[in-house]
Design a binder for this molecule. Structure first.
Ligand SMILES: [Zn+2]
Length: 600
């Protein structure tokens, strides 16, 4: 649609134009959305007026704006966003609905906005909400309102980012802004939204709620007249955490609250404090596990019927996105690994921080490692640093590679550089990019600075490339030198991945040495000096299977002078056990795997 509207029609539409405030108000250097939104419960729609104060943070003048209007991706289910008019203080503006899925609103401004300037426009629109258990939809008396209003697209070195809606994962990419949302809802309706509720007053049979949010990438909300709420605090009372759920799902509602509190505490300790005062966890319909928005996460109703581990896993994952996506932003179309890989890794860290290493190892094995190996066995490997379009409708590949392999390689990096360096790097990344947009390159640079080493081997070979190397020990010797035994062995690598590989040397079933071998070529000679005299050393390469690929050779090295003697003992059997064997080992975790139909 390409449409011009007259000033008269603007008046009919009821748009009241405020005088341009530029030069009067002191603007924060970001855009601001002020919205009046009326929820019509009966006809499943929102009537909305948006005043958008555009701040030009670019280094060039901007004469047109693009917004995503994602409700149009739900047209088959009755969802859509209808624009009635766009205007500035000088009158109507030309606009059109564009994009292959009609999810782009293109507005031609009446003047060029110079760098550092603000320009105000008004958009009058109606949102039709589909009856659908989704992040945008009405289901079981709950309105899930994610990605529901025109949100400014990002203008970066690629120009305007106008990617279509991606239903399987996220295609959202936005910069932080401030929001003032005045929401008119019928009395008795409970609202959970991004930000804080600062004022509430009655207006006839309705209630006007004023929500305010600062430094957020999006504004999402859920509404229901059936919601029950429970509240707790995290970070020693500094963060309010509120859980919203249907009364029949109280067990899940309590479990979700508990997990969210633990998650805020865990990630704040690992990466830096949660950057807001409030966090909401809301039950919604959803074919997925959960969905993240700033200061609010949607958790699918189907996980609330019992308080098992999968609900906890999903809540921990979605809350993890408050660090990776909400605070540290990224282009989820181009580099989904940066938020999903870091978040899936963080989810395992949630279990480690709250329940200890052994438990986290089990969770990692079932949720990450085995998922990836199953895919590897059936379909081979793919690189994690690929855009969502690379995966298309292949959701299995998308979730396994971006999430599971994405978390696995971070787990690997953490173990070879050590916790101190790794988490110093993660904290610095969070500090540096909080409320900004990060890239994989920025992540790499930050870690390299903190680690004091080049990470080309990791990013080039494990992040941007695919392929799994395998290793063998081709030679080994022990040489006695006084009180010291010099152990020498060769690691032969098949495959092109450079890697740091942990290894241990054991004598009489005790670890006498542990180290990390830098395997940067096809044959690497390793020589280490061990205190003591040994006749027989067992060498285990990557005994914990930290390096993705199940290549964990174990050999026995004995004394033999110049003659190398070694005996291959057995490769650690990391082949997948049958579901029955898994069930016998851990019925809880089997349930967890079966029910975990990927979180977002
Ligand atoms: Zn996610």
């Amino acid at each position: 649609m390409k449409a011009r509207i007259s000033l008269l029609s603007l008046l009919i539409l009821g748009l009241v134009l405020a005088p341009s405030a530029h030069g009067i108000k002191a603007y924060a250097e970001k855009s601001k959305y002020t919205m009046w939104v009326k929820l019509d419960e009966e006809s499943l729609k929102l009537d909305c007026n948006l005043t958008f104060e555009y701040f030009n943070s670019e280094s060039e003048p901007i004469g047109e704006l693009y917004f995503h209007i994602y409700p149009n991706a739900f047209i088959e289910h009755g969802g859509k966003l209808v624009v009635h008019g766009v205007a500035s203080s000088r009158g109507a503006l030309e606009y059109s609905i564009e994009g292959s899925d009609r999810t782009v609103l293109h507005v031609v401004l009446d003047r060029e906005v110079k760098p550092g300037e603000v320009h105000e426009i008004l958009v009058n629109f109606t949102v039709y909400i589909p009856e659908k258990p989704d992040r945008f939809g009405y289901n079981r008396g709950i309105f899930a309102l994610g990605n529901w209003y025109p949100i400014l697209a990002v203008y970066d070195d690629e120009g305007w980012n106008l990617d279509p809606y991606y239903p399987h994962g996220e295609s959202f990419y936005s910069e932080v802004a401030d929001y003032e949302v005045y929401l008119i809802v019928p009395q008795g309706v409970t609202v959970a939204a991004t930000g804080s509720l600062v004022e509430e007053r009655r207006l006839g049979g309705s209630v006007v709620q004023h929500w305010k949010a600062v430094d957020v990438r999006d504004f999402a909300m859920t509404c229901s007249r059936y919601y029950t709420m429970l509240e707790d605090t995290a970070l020693n009372g500094r963060v309010r955490v509120i859980s919203y759920f249907l009364p029949e799902d109280e067990i899940g509602g309590k479990a979700a609250l508990e997990a969210a509190v633990k998650a805020v505490n865990a990630y704040s300790s690992l990466y830096g404090d949660y950057p807001f005062r409030e966090l909401r966890v809301a039950e919604t319909g959803g074919w997925f596990g959960g969905m993240e928005y700033p200061q609010i996460v949607f958790i699918s109703s189907r996980l609330y019927d019992r308080s098992d581990l999968i609900l906890e896993y999903v809540v921990a994952h979605e809350v993890g996105h408050q660090w990776w996506y909400s605070a540290v932003g990224n282009d989820e179309n181009d580099e989904p690994w940066l938020d999903e890989g870091l978040t899936e890794f963080s989810t395992v860290m949630y279990f480690e921080w709250n329940y200890g290493r052994d438990y986290a190892e089990k969770v990692f094995d079932r949720m990450v490692r085995e998922d990836y190996y199953r895919f590897l066995d059936r379909r081979g490997d793919l690189p994690v640093a690929r855009p969502v379009t690379f995966f298309g409708d292949d959701t299995q590949a998308y979730y396994t590679i971006v999430y599971s392999k994405g978390a696995f390689i971070l787990w690997y990096l953490r173990h070879v550089v050590g916790d101190k360096l790794f988490f110093d790097g993660m904290r610095e990344f969070y500090r540096r990019y909080r409320f900004k947009v990060a890239t994989i390159e920025g992540f790499k640079e930050t870690l390299e600075e903190v680690f004091g080493m080049s990470l080309n081997w990791f990013f080039e070979d494990w992040v941007y490339s695919s392929g799994i190397p395998s290793y063998s020990i081709r030679g080994g010797s022990l040489a006695q030198m006084g009180e010291i035994t010099v152990v020498q062995f060769q690691i032969h690598r098949a495959g092109r991945q450079r890697a740091l590989i942990p290894f241990v040397l054991e004598a009489s079933e005790k670890v006498v040495y542990s180290g990390v071998a830098n395997v940067s070529s096809s044959i690497t000679v390793v020589e280490v000096a061990v205190n003591g005299s040994f006749e027989r050393i067992v060498l285990k390469l990557d005994p914990q299977d930290i390096v993705p690929g199940r290549s964990n050779p174990t050999v026995v090295i004995t004394k033999g002078g110049a003659k190398v003697e070694y005996t291959a003992v057995a490769e650690r059997d990391r082949k997948l056990r049958s579901p029955l064997a898994v069930a016998a080992a851990s019925s809880v975790l089997l349930v967890l795997v079966l029910r975990y139909r990927r979180v977002k």
